[in-house]
Design a protein around this ligand. Sequence first.
Ligand SMILES: [Zn+2]
Length: 148
Amino acid sequence: MTKTCEVCHEEKPLIRYMATMMCGRCMQTEMNAQKQIDDTAHERVEELRSTTRHATLLDKHGAKLDLSESQAVDLLTKQLKVDEEQKLDTDKFNASTVSIIEMKAAIDAIPSIENKTFELFTRLQARFDHDTEIIFKSRQITCNLMGF
Ligand SMILES: [Zn+2]
């Protein structure tokens, strides 16, 4: 049986490490390298996350920001419908709400909307007012159920 280290090729007492027969010195080098990889793993994950966070978030919610005018009109119609269909705060959990960034993209894609900021503001204000009403109504129901 040969006692040649598979890493440095020197004849030394060997040990099996990471499926390789190697000497003590090579094993230590390998362990240090492994430790460094482990120590920086968190950093690398964070770095990857921050660069892809924006794109990933949009992907996850299926946001499509490159819209034709007709797609934009459809999206804004859907947005009003989805927002208005919610009657209780529990509806909000499952509603496939159109995100603000999508609303903005849709408004930007429709040339006939002249004041884009105002349009977005109006829609967000309507959503906010509606949500406030929903939450207030849900609280009233809860209070009634509890006998207050
Ligand atoms: Zn070695």
